[in-house]
Write a new protein. Structure first.
Length: 305
């Protein structure tokens, strides 16, 4: 469904929807819900060949005011790749399993978030970069990437984040690798690890608040290096994460900055916003401050206090 101005100018809103996210009913409800709030819009579905980058780039170049992405984390990341750095605002309708960015911004899951995506307040957010690609929430190398890679797709659809928990248990025996982490040009950590996680937001996969002080608009990225070896150490780290307690330095190293370089002793898979990439030995991270304008829930009188 679409409604375009008679003069052929760009619509006020373009909805880029992943037809494989959620259910077919979601797709029907999505179009109906958008029509309630915006009569001047176009629906542009993703395809196997283009998960959203091309559609978003075209909409931004046409001068579309609001580009709405409806789908999971992969679709959101693909659209952000093209929307960041433009004058278009991003609306999010979370229809996936993790919904990482939406969760950090307090955006409701499902088509009920259409109102926020179209009429919410606009908030400037930073965008992280890793090896030439953009991410909004996090990027991890090692355990984090394997957990995401091995999560069963059927279990993800049926049970959500429980699939990641099972995958995490299967990967607890990951072989350590040596890594060097530099922060803003200076070596900050060197040793053996099973995961290096870089984040723009506080909550990561599974809803864990790994970076309680992280803000997606502070112009900085946060890094955590996990050094746990035994099951007992893993349990201690997870227990402290779940209860928002500080981590022992010998188990988790933390820092923040604007530029990170992670050098690995062997090729290791990494992920960005839930998408796994081929093994590498060097990861170069950067930050684009306030590069993305995102629609978020309007702040009511009680929230403003």
């Amino acid at each position: 469904m679409s409604a375009v101005k008679d003069d052929g100018s760009a619509p006020k809103a373009v909805v880029i929807a992943n037809p494989k996210s959620g259910s077919s009913q979601n797709g029907e409800d999505l179009a109906e819900e958008v029509e309630r709030f915006e009569t001047d819009f176009q629906m542009r579905p993703t395809t196997e060949d283009d998960p959203g980058e091309g559609q978003a780039a075209a909409a931004a170049s046409e001068g579309v005011g609001t580009i709405v992405v409806a789908g999971g984390d992969g679709t959101v990341r693909a659209v952000i790749e093209s929307v960041a750095g433009t004058d278009s605002a991003l609306g999010i309708v979370p229809l996936g399993t993790g919904n990482l960015l939406a969760g950090n911004l307090g955006i409701e899951k499902g088509v009920d978030s259409v109102e926020t995506a179209l009429t919410g307040e606009t908030r400037p957010l930073d965008v992280g970069t890793v090896n030439g690609e953009r991410f909004a929430v996090m990027s991890g190398v090692g355990f984090d990437a394997l957990m995401i890679r091995d999560a069963n797709p059927t279990l993800k659809r049926r049970f959500g984040t429980a699939a990641y928990v099972l995958s995490a248990v299967r990967n607890l025996r990951i072989s350590p690798f040596d890594a060097t982490v530099s922060v803003d040009g200076a070596e900050a950590w060197k040793g053996s690890t099973v995961m290096v996680l870089v984040a723009n937001c506080g909550r990561v996969s599974g809803g864990l608040e790994v970076f309680p002080d992280a803000e997606p608009d502070d112009g900085r990225l946060d890094v955590a290096v996990l050094c746990a070896r035994s099951i007992r150490q893993w349990a201690s780290v997870l227990w402290r994460f779940a209860r928002h307690l500080p981590q022992p330095p010998h188990l988790v190293f933390r820092s923040s900055g604007t530029r990170f370089v992670v050098t690995l002793s062997r090729p290791v898979e990494y992920e960005l916003d839930g998408e796994v990439r081929d093994p590498v030995t060097v990861l170069e991270y950067g930050i684009e401050p306030a590069a993305l304008q995102v629609k978020v829930p309007s702040q009511g009188p009680e929230d403003a206090r």
